[in-house]
Design a binder for this molecule. Structure first.
Ligand code: PLP
Length: 494
């Protein structure tokens, strides 16, 4: 049977031409035909679909094939199924859904052209902006503390000595290093003085600089789940990354000694990225003991250590041994990833070598931002902003947990005690269809699979990484609603 008219006019209100022309199984062909009909508007939102039996009879296919196709499309978010009201076309998302999985957040379009501008030539069309953004990786950009930052900038500029406008010291401004030293000792339990701090343009810049030394060679241990971007930075510097297995207590650092040629380990001890747990105290101690016994180094990525909700603060591992642990931080989660401001707290014996790699002058971070951040920290503005954002993100996290409890109680949420994102654990084999359903809802978010090291031996877990800090306040509820629609229904759980 190639194609057919569906004559269930009493349900659809009109006939529907469904062409089962796609090669492969009848189920896939029916799914493709229904998706197409929904996309091009022939099947309007809330239209009730024919019962399995009548559609199967119209198309000359098995009833189970129709049932399976409907169930899969419900899982993907194209259809909804409610007891007593049959299977219906899902409500349309707020803006046209992208045709491929929404991987790009607003502002992340390729090529840097404004949306819709093609420069007068025919060329690839920019991907449509997703209506909702729950991609992890950024704080709520609308909450940037403009007024307080401006006040700090004004004070900093007024007070800056003339020499601040000469060539920059590669260590960074002394005002900022002093402010950071006080802050990190007080808030994160870091052991340092300003002489051991080197300012940089964020964590990624720190990784680039360190990759230019011999410290991370030839191989470096990383967690089995982490940012692919960071692994690729290391790879492009000729450093091979070796995955450390992970469980709920973080990376299995006891295994470091067994890794050949590994002299450094990159860890996210306060909040494993992205799975979410803190590194167990015994594993923190094991990492430091390994570094001491083997002349190794631990790189501590403290990317969101200030955002903790339910549990007591987890101090920096660096406090256990400042000669073996490099502490790396930035304002990317606390203020904005666009500022490109970060810091390295280095063991004494590494400061000169790192500065030699950086060069004679500061070439990355501008003096005004450095001085402004110094004032912002010292005037208490940074603490106030972090406290305010912590309350806002905690509220959002609670809303996420409550929405899941109500609308998808079969989905477990983890990694919620800290940070700006959570992980939704999905039934095995449903991650890709949940991402497709999210794209249909106009929702940009990531699956856990994209964070897995290609050589990881830890079994893959299907999941979604939900960046609940990302949308502005007024768009959060809509994003949450789109997320709940995209989740696989309970009956598909295995
Ligand atoms: C795991 C992890 N580390 C570090 C950072 C900070 O990176 P950067 O300072 O380069 O913006 C991020 C993102 O904010 C991150 O997700």
């Amino acid at each position: 049977m190639a194609d057919s008219w569906v004559n269930s006019a009493e349900i659809l209100g009109s006939d529907l031409h469904l062409e089962l022309t796609r090669a492969g199984s009848r189920r896939n062909a029916l799914m493709a035909a229904l998706r197409e009909a929904i996309r091009d508007g022939r099947l309007a939102p809330d239209t009730r679909l024919p019962p399995y039996r009548s559609l199967a009879a119209d198309l000359g296919i098995a009833r189970n094939t129709v049932a399976d196709a409907y169930a899969e499309l419900v899982a993907e978010g194209w259809l909804t199924a409610r007891q007593g009201s049959g299977t219906r076309v899902a409500p349309r998302p707020a803006s046209p859904p992208p045709r491929t999985a929404a991987r790009r957040a607003p502002g992340r379009e390729r090529g840097g052209r404004p949306s819709g501008a093609t420069g007068g030539r025919r060329g690839p069309r920019p991907a449509p902006r997703p209506a909702h953004n729950l991609l992890q990786g950024q704080p709520d950009a609308a909450s940037f503390p403009r007024t307080a930052w401006l006040a700090s900038a004004r004070r900093a500029l007024t007070a800056a000595p003339h020499e601040a406008f000469g060539p920059g010291d590669p260590r960074g401004r002394p005002e900022l290093r002093r402010a950071l030293a006080d802050y990190l000792v007080r808030v994160r339990g870091v052991r340092t003085d300003p002489e051991r701090i080197v300012v940089c343009a964020g964590f990624a810049h720190a990784v680039r600089l360190l990759s230019g030394t011999r410290l991370l060679r030839p191989r470096m241990a990383v967690e089995s789940y982490g940012l692919a971007f960071h692994r690729s930075l290391l790879r492009s510097a000729g450093i091979r990354t070796v995955p450390l297995p992970l469980d709920a207590d973080g990376a299995l650092t006891e295994g470091l000694a067994e890794l050949d040629g590994v002299r450094a380990a990159l860890l996210t001890p306060a909040h494993q990225f992205p799975t979410g747990g803190p590194l167990h105290p015994e594993r923190r101690a094991a990492a430091v003991a390994w570094a001491r016994e083997n002349g190794g180094l631990v790189l501590e990525d403290d990317y969101d250590g200030e955002f903790r909700y339910d549990r007591r603060p987890v101090g920096a591992v660096q406090g256990l041994d400042p000669d073996r642990v490099l502490y790396l931080g930035s304002v990317s989660k606390s203020l904005s990833p666009a500022l490109r401001l970060g810091w390295m707290v280095l063991p004494d014996h590494l400061v000169d070598g790192l500065l030699a790699t950086k060069g004679e002058r500061e070439g990355w971070t501008g003096v005004l931002d450095q001085l402004t951040l110094a004032d912002f920290i010292e005037s208490g503005g940074y603490d106030r902003h972090v406290r305010r954002m912590r309350q806002q993100y905690r509220r959002r996290r609670d809303q996420l947990v409550a929405a899941l409890a109500e609308r998808a109680p079969h989905i477990r949420v983890s990694g919620i005690a800290a940070g700006l994102h959570a992980v939704l654990e999905l039934p095995s084999g449903t991650e890709r269809s949940a991402l497709r359903a999210a794209a249909w809802q106009g929702l940009a978010l990531d699956g856990l699979g994209g964070y897995r090291h290609p050589d990881a031996t830890t079994p893959h877990r299907d999941g979604l990484v939900v960046g609940y800090a990302t949308p502005p306040e007024h768009l959060f509820a809509g994003a949450l609603d789109a997320l709940c629609r995209a989740l696989p229904p309970e009956q598909t759980a295995t």
